[in-house]
Design a binder for this molecule. Structure first.
Ligand code: ZN
Length: 94
């Protein structure tokens, strides 16, 4: 396994518009990197959680984030969001 990063088929592409919504969300919540306190992230792919775990909302996603601080000890992290908070489904709140 090692450190090789594979794109899993279960994860979904986050397009430019959704990406910007995620970043706006992070800024609004004042979310920070747990490892270095950084506030700048690159948005990666999203993994649908809704049907994997019974205690998740059916609309829950884990969106991959990469901290942009070059000194960050563990730059890979993620944020849980509801699909309607960042995906184009016609009734997002922003
Ligand atoms: Zn960091």
């Amino acid at each position: 396994m090692g450190t090789e990063i594979r794109v899993r088929p279960e994860s979904i592409e986050v397009d430019e518009v959704a990406r910007r919504r995620v970043l706006r969300r992070i800024a609004a919540e004042g979310a920070r990197c747990h490892h270095c306190g950084g506030t700048d992230f690159v948005v990666g792919r999203a993994l649908y959680l809704g049907f994997l775990f019974l205690d998740e909302d059916t609309d829950a996603y884990l969106v991959a984030l990469t901290c942009t601080d070059p000194d960050c000890p563990r730059p890979h992290t993620g944020i849980r969001l509801r699909g309607e908070q960042f995906l184009d489904d016609g009734h997002h709140s922003t």
